[in-house]
Design a protein around this ligand. Structure first.
Ligand SMILES: C[S@@+](CC[C@H](N)C(=O)[O-])C[C@H]1O[C@@H](n2cnc3c(N)ncnc32)[C@H](O)[C@@H]1O
Length: 287
């Protein structure tokens, strides 16, 4: 970016000198007419255009650099949050190679928070919406707790297979079931929503849910439909009185609006917000 700016300045300087020289020469020679002044105007015009162009280039460059820098800072912040959480998770997921996940998975700090809650509450029944790394972490925590079962549902059969493969590798089949639940249109009150078609038998066998992890279905970018909103209206009746609802991606507008709607529909829920990389909101009805 340096060269075009320098060239523009040099060119502007030369143009100014040429314009000024021509006007001075004209006056000395006695040509002080209107016509003799036009080069000055042209030069001023060129200079003004050049200066404006230069200013724009500089501002554009600063803007680009600022954008790149803020992206890098954001990336570093994400990585630090992720790694910090993974380190804290270490003692509880000894058999799980770290790091894990990718962009879709719970970040390390959110996963550590989930693990902490699961260790403290020792839930008997866990339902997870959206399988993956969190399934494996929860499965291992339940094994460590010595009690509890996890039902994880996924709309994507291929991804569910992938999670099942890891569940098997970790020997968690007696604790974790990953069930296919394709998304389809369902009536929720007056409206039709897209929601998991959860096999009835799977829910019936589960009993009342002590911990509900809301991390699916995927939220479409830019859509004002809150894809995960149906979780509470559909599952409220299956939750135990002191159930904990763990909402991932709580920094997103869609999740914030979703939680607002839930609270408006049932004011017994208390919320706690956590500033993890993607944000977490914990909801409970206890004191
Ligand atoms: C937010 S992800 C769930 C992530 C999961 N709770 C975890 O911590 O890994 C929501 C859905 O995205 C899909 N998904 C997850 N990981 C994926 C991947 N790496 N590639 C494509 N789809 C993925 C799955 O269908 C999943 O149910």
């Amino acid at each position: 970016m340096k060269r075009p700016i320098t060239r523009s300045l040099v060119f502007g300087l030369l143009a100014g000198m040429a314009g000024g020289g021509a006007t001075a020469g004209g006056v000395l020679l006695g040509f002080g007419t209107f016509e003799s002044a036009w080069p000055v105007f042209v030069t001023c015009g060129i200079l003004a255009a050049l200066l404006h162009n230069t200013r724009q280039s500089i501002l554009g460059m600063v803007d680009n650099r600022t954008h790149t820098l803020s992206n890098r800072i954001d990336r570093i912040r994400r990585d630090v949050g992720d790694i910090h959480g993974l380190v804290r998770l270490g003692p509880y997921t000894g058999e799980l190679p770290l790091p894990m996940g990718g962009g879709w998975a719970l970040t390390g700090d959110s996963a550590a928070l989930l693990a902490r809650e699961a260790l403290a509450r020792k839930p008997e029944t866990v339902l997870e919406l959206g399988s993956g790394a969190s399934t494996l972490i929860l499965g291992q925590i339940l094994r460590k707790n010595g009690r509890g079962r996890l039902l994880s549902i996924d709309h994507d059969g291929a991804w569910a297979d992938e999670t099942r493969r890891h569940v098997k590798l970790l020997g968690l089949e007696d604790i974790v079931s990953v069930v296919d639940a394709p998304l389809n249109k369902q009536a929720l009150g007056e409206q039709m929503v897209e929601w998991y078609d959860i096999p009835k038998s799977a829910i019936e066998q589960l009993g009342s849910i002590d911990l509900l992890l809301v991390d699916g279905p995927p939220q479409k970018h830019g859509s004002d439909v809150q894809a995960r909103y149906p979780a509470l209206p559909f599952l409220r009746g299956s939750l135990s009185m002191d159930a904990l609802v763990f909402v991932d991606d709580a920094n997103r507008d869609s999740e914030k609006k979703m939680v607002e709607r839930w609270l408006a529909e049932d004011d017994r829920w208390k919320t706690r917000w956590f500033d993890t990389v993607d944000g977490v909101c914990l909801l409970s009805r206890g004191p």
